[in-house]
Design a protein around this ligand. Structure first.
Ligand code: PBG
Length: 326
């Protein structure tokens, strides 16, 4: 080469130009804030494995929502912690479940909040699995789909704007779409946890949702992290069954899968920056080993670069605040 090509550097040296030409950014409107609402407490209670995140009593759940909305966060993902559990997760499927009560409270106090509900049995089953279990300890797929559809319908009847099935049963998107349509909720979208890996990054969440399986693990229904081809099958099935938004989970360790999803589907793609990712950043930041704000904004931007339109993150209100400061 006769002369050095300086083009990329000339685009970097001046911070004003750098900012003008950057390809990806994160905005508060793209963030979804997960919240844990509990039927058994009367005061907010910090989740010890997730510093800064709380279990909220139903009648105070508007507090974190209003706070996040004042920073530009518009959407919330609700998880319920019920007073009772049984083998079929009935306490999560009735019209007076903890999530249904929370939705009604939110719709009264913050009518503009966009409410998404997590649809899964593991928070409500005594064995902690995401579906029904037979005597051999195996998940009973089809009957579980019926129960999940019942749960989804109860959430939508209570006022949920969107449902997000996270159980990974086969055929649950079709079952949920059908029950919603049959009941007249043709415009209620489904965000599917389509590509959900059996991941140790969910560790802190299982304490938060009290949902660790008593026996066995979730490898029979969640994906093996040693595979990427399965992801295309899961995405295709959910898309064909009627999912409106496809999600890849966890986030940062699975950017290749996120990219694959965003390149192949013409619908919005979401990713979940999960509890383990959150708690690892918190722990390292507490020790002073990393810069929390910079690491979080870098992580979220990396997810946007890999193709995420929406990011579910426990950092939502904090990140929105940092983004406003910039
Ligand atoms: C329920 C569910 C889980 C998460 C979201 N929905 C746990 C799991 O599948 O084991 C994980 C979220 C997180 O780790 O932040 N099935």
């Amino acid at each position: 080469m006769l002369f050095p090509v300086r083009r990329p550097r000339r685009l970097r040296v001046d911070s004003r130009l750098r900012n003008m030409v950057k390809e990806f950014s994160v905005e508060p409107r793209q963030l979804i804030y997960p919240l844990f609402v509990s039927e058994t407490i009367t005061e907010p209670d910090e989740i010890s494995s997730m510093p800064g995140q709380m279990h909220w009593p139903i009648n105070q759940i508007d507090e974190p929502i209003n706070n996040a909305m004042s920073k530009g966060v518009k959407a919330f993902l609700l998880f319920g912690i019920p007073a009772t559990k049984d083998i079929h997760g009935e306490s999560g499927c009735g019209e007076d479940s903890v999530v249904c009560k929370a939705i009604k409270h939110i719709k009264e106090k913050c009518p503009n909040a966009y409410i998404i509900t997590d649809v899964c049995l593991c928070e409500y089953t005594s064995h902690g699995h995401c579906g029904f279990i037979n005597n051999e300890g195996e998940v009973e797929n089809d009957i579980s789909c019926k129960q999940l559809a019942k749960m989804a319908l109860s959430h939508v009847k209570a006022g949920a704007d969107m449902v997000a099935p996270s159980d990974m049963m086969d055929g649950r998107i079709a079952a949920i779409r059908k029950i919603l349509d049959d009941n007249g909720f043709i415009n209620t979208p489904i965000m599917s946890y389509s590509v959900k890996y059996a991941s140790s990054f969910y560790g802190p969440f299982r304490e938060a949702a009290d949902s660790a399986p008593g026996k066995g693990d979730r490898k029979g229904y969640q994906m093996d992290f040693a595979n990427s081809r399965d992801a295309s099958i899961e995405l295709e099935l959910d898309y064909e069954e009627g999912a409106d938004i496809l999600m890849v989970k966890p986030g940062l360790p699975y950017l290749d899968i996120l990219k694959q999803a965003s390149e192949n589907y013409n619908c919005p793609i979401a990713t979940y920056h999960v509890s383990g990712e959150y708690s690892m950043i918190k722990a390292a930041a507490e020790k002073g080993w990393i810069d929390e704000k910079k690491i979080v904004l870098e992580s979220l931007t990396a997810m946007r670069r890999a193709g995420a339109d929406l990011i579910i993150t426990y950092y939502a209100p904090q990140a929105a605040e940092w983004l406003m400061e910039k």
